[in-house]
Design a protein around this ligand. Structure first.
Ligand code: FES
Ligand SMILES: [Fe+2]
Length: 338
């Protein structure tokens, strides 16, 4: 079961060509995306209503798409506007269309009732497109449920172990207890660690050689989106002195492809003006190494869960945030069912 009445990121805007068709599955539904002449993105069901061929195997014609099998032509609302060899088009000849919004380089689709699509529910992913922040966009495909990746993002104690050589670098991260507060449609998690070695990930940007204070403060909201302010400050600097601090803003979001596979869109931006023009690429490559560490662990965990029917998990205090978020997910699904 998935939450339907939500904006889900379907792509980075650069993935959708100016001319041509783009296919991606979201919540088990095959979607076709393309751009109209004015650049706006259209999302249709990627399944011709005639014989169910993927429309993405057809071709774009102006603001329409023509099925590559027998040539039915559909407009941006999904209405069939032409059937080769037939004088009229039956009203039932149409495919579903989905509300789409592009905001700060993320392309969102609304997978629920179209009349409930509410732009106020879009997350504030400002650092994906802001002159003060630099990043390289990232995408990973996971062969696991999105919920296991939410679990991972809601418990940064794993930084000390999964990411010992990359993002972590200190057991203190696992020892620190985060605070968890409710926010609309999610929770805010704050974790601060004092006087720890700088992680390897920060090496390309470091401003001092000594230990640092680190912070990770993030909102985690439905359907599975992390918006994080994080950073590190030389431990000898005053708490309000950020002149030598490394500051990051990260936007990450999980979109279920199926019950057992996930699209993961992410970036971690640093402040404009640090380093040269290559720094964003260098930091992104460091992040990719770390995110592969997560994927390896979570994929192995998913396989072990699948071969362990009837074996229960041991709940511990460190699970508090993920337990709370899973409850929010369950409540949203139950509310839609009602
Ligand atoms: S399957 Fe699309 S036109 Fe026949
Ligand atoms: Fe991780």
């Amino acid at each position: 079961m998935f939450i339907r009445n939500c904006w889900y990121v379907v792509a980075w805007d650069y993935e959708i060509p100016d001319d041509g068709l783009f296919a991606r599955t979201v919540l088990n539904e095959p979607l076709l995306l393309f751009r109209k002449a004015d650049g706006t993105v259209v999302a249709l069901e990627d399944r011709c209503c005639h014989r169910l061929a993927p429309l993405s195997m057809g071709r774009k014609e102006g603001d329409c798409v023509r099925c590559g099998y027998h040539g039915l032509k559909f407009d941006g609302q999904g209405h069939c506007v032409e059937i080769p060899g037939l004088a009229s088009v039956p009203a039932r000849a149409r495919v579903r269309s989905y509300p789409v919004v592009t905001r700060n380089r993320w392309v969102f689709v609304w997978m629920g009732a179209p009349e409930r699509a509410d732009p106020a529910l879009l997350p504030d992913n400002f650092s994906c497109d802001h002159p003060d922040w630099q990043h390289v966009p990232g995408y990973l495909h996971y062969d696991t449920s999105y919920l296991l990746i939410c679990d991972n993002l809601l418990d940064f104690s794993h930084l000390s172990y999964v990411h010992a050589q990359t993002l972590g670098g200190s057991d203190e991260i696992a020892h620190a207890r985060p605070t968890i507060e409710p926010i609309p449609r999610g929770i805010k998690v704050s974790r601060r660690v004092h006087d720890v070695p700088s992680p390897a990930y920060h090496a390309p940007m470091r401003t001092s050689d000594g230990n640092v204070d680190r912070w990770f403060v993030y909102d985690f909201v439905l359907p599975g989106t992390l918006l994080m302010d994080s950073g590190a400050r030389p431990v000898e600097d005053a708490p309000d002195d950020l002149s030598r601090a490394l500051r990051f803003h990260s936007c990450q979001t999980l979109t279920p492809e199926t019950e057992h596979s996930t699209h993961y869109f992410f970036q971690e931006a640093h402040r404009t003006g640090m380093g040269d023009g290559t720094l964003a690429r260098t930091m992104h490559e460091g992040l990719l190494v770390a995110f592969e560490e997560d994927r390896r662990m979570i994929t192995a965990q998913a396989r072990m869960i699948a071969r362990s029917p009837g074996v229960s998990m041991l709940p511990l205090a460190m699970d508090a945030a993920l337990v709370r978020f899973r409850r929010i997910v369950d409540e949203a699904i139950a509310a839609e069912r009602d």
